[in-house]
Design a protein around this ligand. Structure first.
Ligand SMILES: Cc1cc2nc3c(=O)[nH]c(=O)nc-3n(C[C@H](O)[C@H](O)[C@H](O)COP(=O)(O)O)c2cc1C
Length: 207
């Protein structure tokens, strides 16, 4: 199958307009089962080391969502100490656990046999899961659904909430999905001058 220039333009638009969406921007509107399935199926098309497909998902129920939120709140409070020199940190909304429609915890299934390509780079399995997450993020965006990634969580606590054994699985991400008021045209942390946007030249290590 060959794509057209128009297709490339659309892809670039989806990539450039993907945003991390937080609780101040989610609206109370249900994501259909069909759309949720489309998001999950897009993850399954991600590349993975040795075609290991090591991604696993937990679609979070309301009781567990509440537990994750409580844990997030504590972790966020503690994390404020690290940013004492940047008071704006305390005012940031850094999750949308309750405001979003669907929460998904993403796990890496540790291999039980040798995986082609993973002999020396053990983390390539985890990288594969991150590839799957990006597929979900972009697919959601193409359906005008926002996603927010929450990482201010202790994996140990999250595993306990979901009764997951770290011997078999590694916690990778906690994702919040929902329709939005709007998609910002730029990353919020850029708008707030928390970080500057890097240009290509700064990202090239070759001198
Ligand atoms: C691995 C990872 C973890 C992240 N964790 C958080 C988080 O805990 N809270 C949050 O508000 N945003 C989180 N983000 C979102 C980033 O802050 C966001 O991607 C970045 O500021 C660029 O903005 P944009 O995604 O809207 O373009 C995370 C993103 C990634 C890739």
């Amino acid at each position: 199958m060959n794509f057209t220039k128009k297709d490339l333009e659309t892809l670039n638009q989806i990539i450039a307009s993907r945003r991390d969406v937080r609780g101040n921007n989610f609206i109370n509107k249900k994501i259909s089962k069909k759309k949720l399935t489309a998001i999950l199926n897009s993850a399954l098309h991600a590349p993975s080391v040795g075609y290991s497909q090591p991604w696993r998902f937990v679609i979070v129920d309301d009781v567990k969502r509440e537990k994750v939120y409580k844990h997030f709140s504590k972790s966020f409070e503690k994390s404020k100490l690290r940013f004492r020199d940047k008071p704006i940190y305390n005012t940031l909304k850094l999750e949308g656990i309750k405001e979003s429609n669907i929460n998904i915890a993403v796990y890496y299934k540790k291999p039980t046999k040798n995986v082609l390509g993973q002999t020396y780079m053990k983390r390539s399995g985890e990288y594969s899961v991150v590839c799957a997450i990006l597929n979900m993020w972009l697919t959601a965006r193409a359906m005008n659904i926002g996603m927010g990634w929450v990482s201010i969580l202790k994996p140990k606590k999250v595993n306990k909430i979901f009764d997951i054994d770290k011997k078999d699985y590694k916690f990778i991400a906690y994702l919040c999905f929902g329709y939005t008021k709007e998609f910002y045209d730029e990353p919020e942390l850029k708008k707030l001058k928390w970080e500057k946007e890097k240009q290509l030249q700064e990202c090239l290590l070759n001198k």
